[in-house]
Structures are given as structure tokens and as C-alpha cells.
Design a protein around this ligand. Structure first.
Ligand SMILES: Nc1ncnc2c1ncn2[C@@H]1O[C@H](COP(=O)(O)OP(=O)(O)O)[C@@H](O)[C@H]1O
Ligand SMILES: [Mg+2]
Length: 385
């Protein structure tokens, strides 16, 4: 089907549209595809007359039910004149077509370029640590346990500050971080929580420093984010609960990865984290005080992100690429805790993610957007660039 719309601005023709000075003729198959094409055009600094602008600059109208990374992948496919089909909305599997070149993408960045084996190696943090250590990359010192009793008996051998985590969960699930001397009972509790989520666990030294996520594609670091655990800043008037509600009103915060950031929840882990700092959700923090609701800095648990791609020293980018090479992967998200990211300093690689979140680089809470979706399209379709 065709639709002609009046526009002001400049547009380069592609398979979806033809520009002729003040109108654009759009070729589309379905109404939702038309909505998406209109949104993509309006994001090329082109004003479409008589058509309302999209509600926000991060979602793709017509495809909001997909994960944000898949929405943006489709958006960049349209921008580059690549055909697309959503094959499975639940599993986020799409097909991209350019001439007779076909590519499949699952969940934003799982492609034929990475093997199921590499993914399995990254999924397993015990195996990842072993491979990285052998490659001469620094990882936190630690132990692995397959039996709960063995873990219990190791308490005396642990460093003062340590982390207990399942060997292969994501999103900070089942992780307990001990930053002060703890008791055997608290340690056993953490071990139980980790074993509830997995059949094996890691107990490793707590790494001090600032946490960064390096997004690696094809032996290059495309984006670096500094990540902070979920937090609110006091104003001396409102409770933590209402500060959280206020922060969650930001349209960029949503649920289930349909938006750039996730809403902060006040659940069991958050209440515990608050109580360790002497707060409850009804406490009123002083003006300017930053209160953390989690220890782990995953964006999935309400964390914040700042783009630091241009600030982080090349030293660490080289390490992130070395991690990808050791695991033999094209795409990975490497978590590194660094003492001073502006120069070579102490660092620890925490893990490598096999399906790293893309939306936090596309839309960081603060700083420049890094279009990792379009970079992947250009890698998969070298003929378009
Ligand atoms: N050894 C460690 N030292 C300090 N913080 C850690 C350590 N291990 C994990 N963390 C914190 O917990 C978060 C989640 O741990 P991670 O191993 O990346 O698991 P997940 O797969 O759930 O993201 C990290 O992003 C970091 O904030
Ligand atoms: Mg992680």
C-alpha cells in the first residue's frame, strides 16, 4: 500500500519511502508498519505535516509490545531500507531482509555470529572466570561450591568483604554483597538464597571501585556505561517511598525492558538494603543525600547509567576486547569494576554477558546515545554501508 504525506526537511530515499521535495510517498504492508515508518521519518529531522509526533523518542509506535532493543533494531532496519518480519513476539525473534540476504536476530543481539557454545560459556560464571584467568585477565579471587554444606564450612577462609552469587543467573538475582564483617548466620542465609536460584554458586572477593559495562562488537568497544545501583536523592521533606514514586514517574522508567530504564521497586532486597543503612521506606533523607536501594548496579533492578564511552581509558577497552576474544564471541557486555577509569589502575572483570542489554546504551540516564542497534545492522549487512 502507498501513502503520501506532506513534509518539511530532507530525506534520502530507501525501500520504504520516496522523497520529492515536499512530500514523501510511503510504501507499507500493514497499519502498524506505517505507524513505525512515520515515526522513523520524523526522527530524521523531518517534520511530517498533519501527523502527530510519536509520544516519546525511544519506542517504535506499533511495536511497543516488543523489548526496546528489538523495537530499535526494527527502527534502524527501516531507516536503512532493510525489510523486516517479526517472527515471534514473545521470544523477540525478527527476520531482516535486504535483497536476497536474510538475517535472523533474537532478543536484540543474538545472531549467527555467535555460537551456542560461547553463549553457554558466558552464561556460566564459573567457566567464564576460569577462561578469563587463563587468558591473563584479572577476575575476583573466589571459590565455587556445588554443595550447600561445603559452602557453609568455608566461612573462616573468606575475606572480610565478599559476594555470594549463583553461577548463572542474570539481573542481580540471588546475589548478596557483604561489605562489612559478617556472621556465619548471615553468610549461610546468603548461600541459601544463591542455591535457591542455581545448582552451583560462587563466593568471591568484593571488588572496590566504580562499575562499568563495556559493550563489545567485533573486537571493538562501541559503548561504555558507568552504572549505579537504584537510588534516590533526599530533599529533607519527602520519604524514601515518595522519592521512589517520584523518580518512577519519569517516562523512561517502565517494566520488563520496554523502556530505557526500569522502575525502582521496594521489595525484600531493597528493604534489607535500606535497613542496613539505618533507613526504612518511611525515612526522610536529608537534602542532597543519595540513598541506595540496592547493592547491585544492574539497570534491570532500577539502576542508573551514565555514558562514559569517551572518558574511559583505552587500557580497559583493550581488556574488554580481550575478554571477548578469550570467549570467542562477536557480541558481549563485559562488567568491569575499576579503581580509576581515566588511567591504567586496578580492575576486576566480574562477568561477560551473552545477550547484553542494548537499550541502556541507546538511552543512558545521562550522556550521549550510542546506537548499538544500527552498528549491529551494519555488521550483519556490510553491503548497506
Ligand atoms: N565480586 C564483586 N565485587 C563487587 N561487586 C560485585 C561482584 N560481583 C557482583 N557484584 C555486583 O553485583 C552485580 C551483579 O553481579 P553479576 O556477576 O554481574 O551478575 P548478573 O549476571 O546478575 O548481572 C554487579 O553488576 C555488581 O554490581
Ligand atoms: Mg552483570
Amino acid at each position: 500500500m502507498k501513502k503520501i504525506v506532506k513534509v518539511s526537511g530532507e530525506l534520502v530515499d530507501n525501500a520504504y519511502w520516496q522523497f520529492d521535495g515536499d512530500t514523501v510517498t510511503i510504501t507499507y504492508q500493514t497499519d502498524r508498519e506505517l505507524l513505525a515508518i512515520l515515526a522513523v521519518i520524523s526522527r530524521q529531522h523531518v517534520v511530517i505535516e498533519d501527523v502527530a509526533a510519536p509520544d516519546n523518542d525511544f519506542q517504535l509506535p506499533g511495536y511497543e509490545n516488543l523489548e526496546l532493543s528489538t523495537q530499535n533494531m526494527i527502527s534502524d532496519a527501516i531507516k536503512n531500507g532493510i525489510g523486516f518480519h517479526v517472527l515471534d513476539e514473545t521470544e523477540q525473534i525478527i527476520k531482516l531482509i535486504y535483497g536476497d540476504h536474510v538475517e535472523f536476530i533474537k532478543a536484540g543481539n543474538i545472531t549467527r555470529l555467535d555460537s551456542a557454545l560461547s553463549h553457554a560459556l558466558m552464561e556460566n560464571k564459573i567457566v567464564t572466570k576460569d577462561i578469563l584467568k587463563t587468558a591473563g585477565i584479572q577476575v575476583p579471587f573466589g571459590y565455587e561450591f556445588h554443595q550447600i554444606e561445603d559452602a557453609f564450612q568455608h566461612f573462616d577462609k573468606l575475606p572480610a568483604e565478599f559476594v555470594v552469587k549463583p553461577k548463572s543467573t542474570n539481573y542481580g538475582i540471588g546475589i548478596t554483597i557483604f561489605k562489612e564483617t559478617t556472621t556465619q548466620a548471615d553468610y549461610e542465609q546468603a548461600v541459601k538464597i544463591a542455591f535457591e536460584n542455581d545448582e552451583a554458586i560462587i563466593v568471591e572477593t568484593y571488588a572496590h571501585g566504580t562499575e562499568y559495562r563495556f559493550y563489545v562488537q567485533d573486537d571493538a568497544v562501541l559503548a561504555v556505561l558507568e552504572r549505579f545501583p537504584a537510588n534516590v536523592i533526599g530533599d529533607g521533606v519527602q520519604t524514601i517511598k515518595s522519592l521512589v514514586a517520584l523518580k518512577n514517574r519519569d517516562i523512561r522508567r517502565g517494566e520488563h525492558h520496554r523502556t530505557p530504564l526500569e522502575k525502582i521497586k521496594i521489595g525484600e532486597v531493597e528493604s534489607l538494603t535500606l535497613s542496613l543503612q539505618g533507613f526504612t521506606e518511611s525515612s526522610i533523607p536529608d537534602a542532597g543525600i543519595c540513598v541506595f536501594l540496592r547493592e547491585n548496579s544492574n539497570v534491570s533492578t532500577g539502576g542508573d547509567s551514565i555514558d562514559r564511552t569517551d572518558e574511559v581509558a583505552t587500557f580497559y577497552k583493550t581488556i574488554a576486547v580481550k575478554v571477548a576474544q578469550a570467549l570467542d564471541v562477536t557480541i558481549t557486555g563485559v562488567d568491569i569494576i575499576i579503581s580509576d577509569a581515566t588511567r591504567a589502575s586496578d580492575y576486576y572483570v566480574i562477568e561477560a554477558n551473552q545477550n547484553p542489554m542494548m537499550q541502556m546504551h541507546l538511552f543512558p540516564a545521562v550522556g550521549q546515545s550510542r546506537r548499538v542497534t544500527e552498528s549491529l545492522i551494519k555488521l550483519l549487512f556490510p553491503e548497506i554501508s
